[in-house]
Design a protein around this ligand. Structure first.
Ligand SMILES: *Cc1c(COP(=O)(O)O)cnc(C)c1O
Length: 365
């Protein structure tokens, strides 16, 4: 379908951050945003690009009380030739369908998502950064805003996209990799079978903050979640998926429990490792197996994968208050190679030998 979204340009453009090495994560927002409405009978309508600004919302809107919302996280990258490109946006669109189905929210077609992203980036193209480690973070989200306290799916929704020029999530100043410390959470859980673990929804995060606060008390950046039933098997790390390299096998939690967020970076890591002939398994892995591997010297690497962080190597696991060093605590070779290839493909400095990039047809030198 052809979409044509009217644009209201800002009359008051913001100064852009001058130092691209100090962008941080989602500290700055661009000049414009995308908005669209959904009504029963009408479907999605009135897509538009408008100045980024606060929105009015009725205090009795259902999302503020019962959290019927979803979001996605993607990035746009500027290649050396000035072309702006996305990374596997079809995967975000497909995940969005599964999330919306779980949340009883209306479907958003893939071509609409991409047309909307393109329309708003076109207005803010000067905001796409190009320094090493940077990208334009894209946050599409949908929420129910019917005025209602009945616990039923809303009859009115809003779809919005906001944009933020960002640096690397766990900032090392040169945009490169550094290791972090992660807290193994054995008290609180993120998701149980039958819950919303596989859906990208705010509720999963609201319920997880208690656990992240604990992690900070142990000087940890984030939480390694264990399974809800036995508190034994590793699931994910905070806002990213987790990989463990033991005895030359790279292991990540399987998706079949429905408690793991199916990361697009996770899928890309698995495909790259397979292509490189490295053994990779989607299987259950217990924290005891990791501890044993650490003791006998076969634990080689742990890293997290996600759009925000790309690849984030883990140097220490904190288990019940005690630090366990992962190998020598330094960035591992597989994590480094994955980062170099993924970020290289995303930014067009490494040839896209996987067919993953999606040029938007927008160019800015
Ligand atoms: C978004 C997200 C991920 C990573 O998914 P990507 O598609 O790789 O960005 C992992 N875990 C959780 C909980 C997430 O919300």
């Amino acid at each position: 379908m052809e979409y044509n979204f009217p644009v209201t340009r800002t009359t008051n453009p913001k100064p852009r951050p001058e130092d691209e090495t100090k962008l941080g994560f989602a500290k700055y927002f661009t000049d414009h945003m995308f908005c669209m409405d959904w009504d029963e009978g009408l479907g999605w309508h009135d897509g538009r690009v408008v100045p980024h600004a606060p929105i009015a919302i009725e205090p009795a809107s259902c999302v503020l009380h019962y959290a019927q919302m979803m979001f996605e996280g993607m990035k746009a990258y500027r290649t050396p030739s000035g072309e702006i490109q996305l990374f596997r946006p079809d995967m975000n669109a497909k995940r969005m369908l599964r999330t919306n189905e779980r949340m009883c929210m209306p479907e958003l077609p893939e071509d609409l998502l991409i047309a909307a992203i393109k329309a708003v980036i076109k207005e803010d193209i000067d905001w796409v950064p190009s320094a090493p480690g940077t990208a334009l973070y894209i946050r599409p989200f949908i929420f129910g805003d019917e005025v209602s306290f009945s616990v039923l799916p809303a009859k009115h929704y809003r779809f919005m996209i906001i944009l933020s020029p960002t640096g690397s999530y766990y900032a090392a100043n040169d945009g490169g990799l550094s290791t972090t410390r992660i807290f193994v959470q054995d008290k609180y859980i993120r998701a149980a079978k039958g819950g919303t673990g596989y859906a990208k929804v705010g509720g999963n995060y609201g319920g997880g903050m208690r656990a992240s606060k604990d992690a900070m008390e142990y000087h940890c950046k984030d939480v390694l979640w264990l399974d809800a039933e036995e508190h034994k098997y590793v699931e994910e790390i905070g806002t990213s998926n987790a990989f463990f390299r033991i005895n030359d096998e790279v292991i990540t939690a399987p998706l079949d429990s429905g408690t793991i967020l199916p990361g697009i970076t996770r899928d890309s890591v698995i495909q790259l490792l397979k292509k490189w002939g490295i053994k990779v398994s989607e299987r259950k892995l217990s924290i005891d197996e990791i501890l044993a591997a650490s003791k006998d010297g076969t634990l080689q690497e742990i890293f997290a994968s996600g759009t925000a962080a790309v690849i984030s190597p883990i140097g220490w696991l904190n288990i019940k208050g005690e630090d366990m060093t992962v190998a020598d605590g330094k960035v591992g070779p597989i994590a480094q190679k994955l980062y170099d290839n993924l970020y290289g493909i995303q930014t067009g400095t490494v040839e896209d030998y996987m067919g993953w990039t999606y040029p938007l047809g927008l160019c800015r030198k």
